[in-house]
Design a protein around this ligand. Structure first.
Ligand SMILES: Cc1cc2nc3c(=O)[nH]c(=O)nc-3n(C[C@H](O)[C@H](O)[C@H](O)COP(=O)(O)O)c2cc1C
Length: 146
């Protein structure tokens, strides 16, 4: 069974909600998913070799991703993610820079096999959000079959 890892950075849980919906989309496609917060101690002990896809998300505050995601991105520079499927996501209010910054880092620094683009949603509760996040999970699952 293919396996995906989702790590999110959130303050008021919207980005966590999006992460859970993406996880549902992946599971609907038969992919096993591990879901963790970037602040979780378990993130330090992860074995990335276990995963076929890594999906990272952060909310945007003051035009930036959250500090816990910045720290994680520097740590991941030491891990070989080349060729793994990648995607990014995040909740935002108006500008939503974080998912784009994360996506570009995954593509340019880790040389991952990225999906079509980042998933930016204002809230996991808004109309259409559930479908969009499920579809994103399914797109990632499809890319894992290529
Ligand atoms: C102090 C503060 C600064 C924010 N700065 C931005 C910003 O620069 N750009 C943006 O798109 N949203 C901004 N937001 C909105 C948050 O991204 C939005 O509330 C989002 O849903 C939070 O996600 P979270 O629940 O995962 O923490 C800001 C919110 C607060 C409270």
């Amino acid at each position: 069974m293919k396996k995906a890892l989702i790590i999110y950075a959130t303050r008021t849980q919207n980005t966590k909600g999006i992460a859970e919906l993406i996880a549902e989309g992946l599971r609907m496609s038969g992919v096993e998913v591990d879901l963790l917060s970037a602040t979780d101690r378990a993130v330090e002990d992860l074995n990335y070799d276990e995963y076929d896809a890594v999906i990272l998300g952060s909310a945007t505050y003051h035009g930036e991703m959250m500090q816990s995601m910045k720290t994680l991105l520097f740590r991941l520079e030491q891990v070989n993610l080349e060729g793994k499927v990648g995607g990014s996501f995040g909740s935002f209010g108006w500008s939503g820079e974080a998912p784009d910054r994360i996506f570009d880092t995954m593509a340019n620094i880790y040389n991952m096999k990225m999906v079509s683009g980042p998933l930016r949603l204002k809230s996991p509760k808004l109309q259409g959000a559930i479908q969009m996040a499920h579809d994103y999970g399914k797109e990632i699952a499809k890319k894992m079959e290529e």
